[in-house]
Ligand binder design. Structure first.
Ligand SMILES: [Zn+2]
Length: 111
């Protein structure tokens, strides 16, 4: 709990406008749905999803396009959080690159 207070103190001075801000400050994204479902998603996975879908990087826009895994509605509220992700929404940018590189090296082995 003390860690959380420290985090909020540190975060209080900062603004979260884009997905890049989450990455820069090491925060994940906590989402609250109308149905009461609460989830935390990993910043790197969010980064990959928004890049791949060519969404704008600003957080309110990205959040509005996410859907609740339980009822399918977009989130009612969101906030940056120091907590670990509770829901996986896809690979991280890093995981995607590793996979792509592995596929590329396999393809180049073929005659
Ligand atoms: Zn929901």
């Amino acid at each position: 709990m003390l860690d959380f207070v420290r985090f909020m103190f540190r975060m209080g001075m900062k603004r979260f406008d884009t997905v890049g801000d989450l990455c820069r400050f090491g925060a994940n994204l906590r989402l609250v749905c109308y149905c009461g479902h609460v989830g935390v998603i990993d910043r790197d996975e969010l980064h990959f999803v928004y890049m791949r879908r060519h969404w704008p990087s600003n957080l309110p826009t990205v959040v509005a396009r996410l859907k609740c895994s339980r009822c399918g509605q977009p989130p009612r509220d969101w906030s940056p959080t120091p907590r670990a992700a509770t829901h996986k929404i896809g690979p991280t940018v890093w995981e995607h690159r590793m996979r792509r590189d592995a596929e590329a090296s396999r393809a180049s082995d073929e005659p």
